[in-house]
Design a protein around this ligand. Structure first.
Ligand SMILES: Cc1ncc(COP(=O)(O)O)c(C=O)c1O
Length: 397
């Protein structure tokens, strides 16, 4: 750990708490990473870990898949930025639309950008002023993500709360993750998303599906497609960029037509459609297009089965799962924050000691990639279950 400690002391003089994104810090100092390949990640002291954090979700094919690396190297040789349209972005867009089933999209760079512009576009289109979100939902660190006079939130899985808020027809949009992934994984109850589609439509509220985590994770499609729901606008990032910065927002033709230069909604970006990012995204999407997601589903089910041996609550969807230090069901943010997050932190440390790299806090998601092996998943999650059980048993309170 010496290398990490030394780097942390240098980083602490440069960045807030030594990091460039808050969740990367954990006391006494985070492990600094040197390199990664496949399902493995190495720290600066040479210790290796099996990676189930996967950079918070983008790396569904694991680290540096050969096909993607090769194409990115070629793209670098051809020029990193043109400020002009390219064939690659057309190819990316064509494949993306096939999976997303949206009418029209705009490529941006991150999930934060995608959701921020999606919300701005909803305000512009509806000429309404307020924004509704789900408690515990995360959409990036722009002002529309935080509660304020304009931004309100309701508890997940309660349709009554949404009906109540939307009845006054004041809200431009409801933005939500169809499966929550930033307060731990929380699954939508049967019929909840379908009812949301109905009530948003009835009240003229645009439904923005934030698919930054869920998009192309459970199959070559957004999560909403599994419920046969069409949102008005949807946002994507993470998986679709193949490890490079890439985001997308898109939606129905009459809404997307408003975006400049075809319409009057201002949104632009120097790096939008960056040819290197688009190359990584396109190659990743091509690989995913022909992938059998049942392997990912099976590995997730195995992981859940192992982890459940701890007796604690495990929530999951294909490729993503969460362990809550609680024996109660977790169906919304209030229930999630009642779990013992302090024990999760202890669990995370124990996992690091065992060479397993997880989300450092309970509210982030544990991810599984196509590159993990069945045996690897079973072995590691068995170890994790034992650690969780040990920590839960000796808890005070
Ligand atoms: C659901 C969701 N939306 C938006 C974002 C923001 O994406 P980015 O970090 O790429 O800006 C995240 C990031 O974790 C996310 O999970």
């Amino acid at each position: 750990m010496r290398g990490s400690e030394v780097l942390f002391s240098r980083a602490s003089k440069l960045f807030p708490k030594g990091v460039n994104s808050p969740v990367r810090y954990y006391p006494p100092y985070p492990v600094f990473i040197k390199k990664a390949k496949g399902s493995k990640i190495w720290d600066v002291d040479g210790k290796s870990y099996t990676d189930f954090l996967l950079a918070y979700g983008p790396l569904i094919l694991g680290h540096s898949p050969e096909r993607v690396v090769k194409k990115v190297k070629e793209a670098l040789e051809d020029g990193t930025l043109f400020g002009a349209p390219t064939e690659k972005e057309v190819k990316f867009g064509e494949l993306f639309l096939k999976g997303s089933r949206l009418d029209r999209i705009r490529i941006v760079n991150t999930g934060t950008e995608a959701t921020m512009h999606a919300i701005r576009l909803a305000l512009h289109f509806t000429k309404r002023k307020r924004i509704l979100k789900i408690r515990g939902g995360y959409h990036g660190t722009h002002p529309y993500n935080f509660e304020s006079e304009r931004v309100e939130s309701v508890e997940f899985n309660s349709i009554e709360a949404i009906k109540d808020k939307l009845s006054g027809r004041e809200f431009a949009c409801l933005i939500m993750e169809p499966v929550m992934g930033n307060i731990g994984v929380i699954n939508p109850k049967e019929g909840y998303l379908e009812e949301i589609r109905e009530v948003t439509e009835k009240t003229g509220t645009l439904l923005i599906a934030d698919e930054v985590i869920t998009g192309f994770r459970t199959g070559f499609h957004p999560y909403y497609a599994t419920k046969r729901i069409e949102p008005d606008i949807a946002t994507f990032a993470k998986i679709i960029g193949g490890g490079l910065p890439l985001g997308v927002y898109g939606g129905k033709e009459e809404i997307m037509r408003e975006v400049r230069p075809s319409g009057n909604f201002p949104q632009a970006g120097t790096y939008s459609g960056n040819p290197v990012s688009v190359t990584a995204g396109l190659e990743t999407m091509k690989i995913l297009y022909s992938r059998d997601y049942s392997k990912l589903k099976r590995m997730t089910e195995d992981a859940v089965k192992c982890l459940s041996e701890s007796g604690l609550t495990v929530n999951s969807e294909t490729g993503m799962l969460s362990l809550f230090f609680s024996e109660r069901e977790v169906t919304n943010a209030s229930e999630a924050i009642k779990s013992r997050s302090d024990l999760y932190t202890e669990f995370f440390r124990a996992a690091l000691g065992e060479g397993i790299y997880l989300a450092p806090s309970f509210d982030e998601t544990i991810f599984i990639s196509f590159v993990h092996g069945d045996k690897e998943v079973r072995e590691k999650f068995h170890v994790l279950a034992e650690e969780a059980r040990r920590i839960w048993k000796k808890r005070s309170r």
